[in-house]
Design a binder for this molecule. Structure first.
Ligand code: SF4
Length: 398
C-alpha cells in the first residue's frame, strides 16, 4: 500500500480533487511556490545550518545566520514566486524571516538545551501490527533532553497562532511521536514542541498511549477512505488562492476563460452577466432590508412612547393591533470578563460548579428559580447579575 504522509492526508481533507491532481494524476503545474512556502523553507534551512554546525562545534553568530539567510534567499529567489497579499513585497517577507531568526537566536542562544539526535530526518511510522498502513514524515529536529526523554521540535512560520485545542489535536507531531516511540527503544517519554517563530513562542504538548492508539485508528480509517474514494470532489475555499492547481482546476475554469477575453466580450458573457445581475440584486435587497429595518425600529420606539403616554399595552390600527410586552432578562457577566471569573470562583468554592455545567448560565438561572440554593449564596450570586428590561411588539389582526 502507498506510504502516506501528514501533508498527503491533509491535502485530501482540504480538497479531494487537489489530492487527485497532485497524487494520482500527478499533474505538473507551472505555478511556482508561494512566498509563504518560500519563506518557511529558507527559515528551516537557516535553523538546520545552525544545529548542523553545532554538531561540529561551530557556533554561528546572529550576523552569520543573517548573512546566510540573505545568501540563500537571493540564490533561490525566482520572480514568479506568488505573493497573494499584494500589499506586501518580497522585502517585507525577507524582514519577517530576519525577525524570526533574530528572535529564535536571542531566545535559545547558546543552544545547549538538549542533544540534537537528528535534523530534517525522515521517519517511518507504522500504524498497524501487520505493517500495511505506513506513513513517512520529516522531523525538523529530534532532541534528547535527558536519558530516554525525547523532544520533537517543529518550526512554524504561520501568521496565525493556533488555539490550545488545535495543538492538543494536532496530528502531524503526534504521528511522529508514534514513529519515535517505535524507532528508539530506550524512549521513556516524548514531548512535542512547536516553535511559532512569528510570535517568538514555544508551545509544548504530548500524547498518552490511549490517544496515540485512537490516532492510529482514525488515520487508518482516513487512509481506507482515500483508497476507496472514487469521486474526488473539488472543495473550493479561501485556500484555493494558495493552490498550485488553480489554473487547471475545473472549479476555476470560468475565471481563466473570461480573463482571456477582451472587455467588450467579457461583459456580455452569459455567466458574467448573470453573476453581475445577481450581485446587483442582492445589494439592492440588502439596502432595502436595512432601510425597512431602520424604519421599523423608529416606529417601535414611537409605539413604546405612545403606549406609555396613553398608559395602554395595546395600540390599534385600521385592521391590526400591536401588543407591547415588557420582559426582564437575566444578564450574567460576559465570558472572559473579570466579573465572570469571580462568579465562577464563587460557584466552585460553594460546590455548585458541577450543577451549572462549567457555568452554563441557563442552568444557573434554573437553579436560582428553583430556590434550591442557599439564600446567602443567592445574595452573593445576585451581585453578579444585572436585570435588563426589554420590550417587544406583537402584531396581530384585530
Ligand atoms: S483550486 Fe481549490 S478546488 Fe481547485 S483543486 Fe485547488 S483547492 Fe481544490
Amino acid at each position: 500500500m502507498t506510504v502516506y504522509s501528514h501533508s498527503r492526508l491533509s491535502c485530501f481533507e482540504q480538497c479531494p480533487y487537489k489530492y487527485k491532481l497532485s497524487y494520482i494524476d500527478k499533474v505538473e503545474t507551472e505555478i511556482p511556490e508561494s512566498i509563504e512556502a518560500f519563506l518557511g523553507n529558507r527559515v528551516h534551512e537557516v535553523l538546520q545550518k545552525l544545529y548542523e554546525d553545532l554538531k561540529f562545534q561551530k557556533q554561528n553568530s546572529h550576523e552569520d545566520l543573517k548573512k546566510y539567510l540573505h545568501e540563500i534567499w537571493e540564490k533561490n529567489w525566482d520572480d514568479s514566486i506568488v505573493i497573494v497579499k499584494k500589499e506586501y513585497t518580497k522585502d517585507n517577507y525577507l524582514k519577517m524571516a530576519e525577525k524570526f531568526i533574530a528572535d529564535y537566536y536571542n531566545r535559545y542562544h547558546p543552544f545547549d538545551q538538549g542533544r540534537t539526535i537528528v535534523l530534517e530526518d525522515r521517519i517511518l511510522i507504522t500504524l498497524d501490527s501487520e505493517g500495511d498502513y505506513k506513513l513517512q514524515g520529516y522531523i525538523d529536529r529530534l532532541v534528547e533532553s535527558c536519558d530516554g526523554f525525547y523532544e520533537i521540535h517543529d518550526y512554524k512560520t504561520n501568521a496565525r497562532l493556533p488555539l490550545p485545542s488545535e495543538i492538543k489535536s494536532d496530528r502531524q507531531l503526534a504521528l511522529y511521536m508514534i514513529g519515535v516511540k517505535s524507532n528508539y527503544p530506550d524512549v521513556k517519554g516524548v514531548k512535542l514542541i512547536w516553535h511559532f517563530l512569528a510570535f517568538d513562542k514555544e508551545i509544548d504538548s504530548t500524547r498518552s498511549d490511549d490517544e496515540l492508539e485512537a490516532l492510529k485508528k482514525e488515520t487508518i480509517a482516513l487512509i481506507d477512505k482515500i483508497e476507496s474514494e472514487e469521486k474526488f470532489v473539488a472543495k473550493t475555499s479561501f485556500l484555493c488562492d494558495w493552490c498550485e492547481y488553480k489554473p487547471v482546476c475545473k472549479q476555476w475554469v470560468h475565471l481563466y476563460k473570461i480573463k482571456e477575453m477582451p472587455e467588450s466580450k467579457y461583459l456580455s458573457e452569459p455567466g458574467v452577466k448573470l453573476v453581475n445581475r445577481y450581485a446587483e440584486l442582492k445589494e439592492k435587497k440588502k439596502k432595502f432590508v436595512d432601510e425597512v429595518e431602520s424604519e421599523l425600529e423608529e416606529i417601535e420606539k414611537a409605539l413604546f412612547s405612545f403606549a406609555e403616554k396613553e398608559k395602554v399595552d395595546v395600540v390599534f390600527g385600521n385592521e391590526n393591533k400591536v401588543r407591547i410586552k415588557e420582559t426582564e432578562t437575566v444578564k450574567f457577566p460576559s465570558k472572559s470578563s473579570k466579573e465572570r471569573e469571580k462568579l465562577e470562583k464563587l460557584l466552585k468554592e460553594n460546590g455548585i460548579w458541577k450543577e451549572v455545567d462549567q457555568l452554563d448560565t441557563a442552568a444557573l438561572n434554573k437553579l436560582l428559580n428553583e430556590n434550591i440554593i442557599d439564600k446567602e449564596l443567592v445574595g452573593e450570586i445576585n451581585k453578579f447579575i444585572k436585570l435588563e428590561k426589554s420590550k417587544r411588539v406583537y402584531l396581530s389582526k384585530i
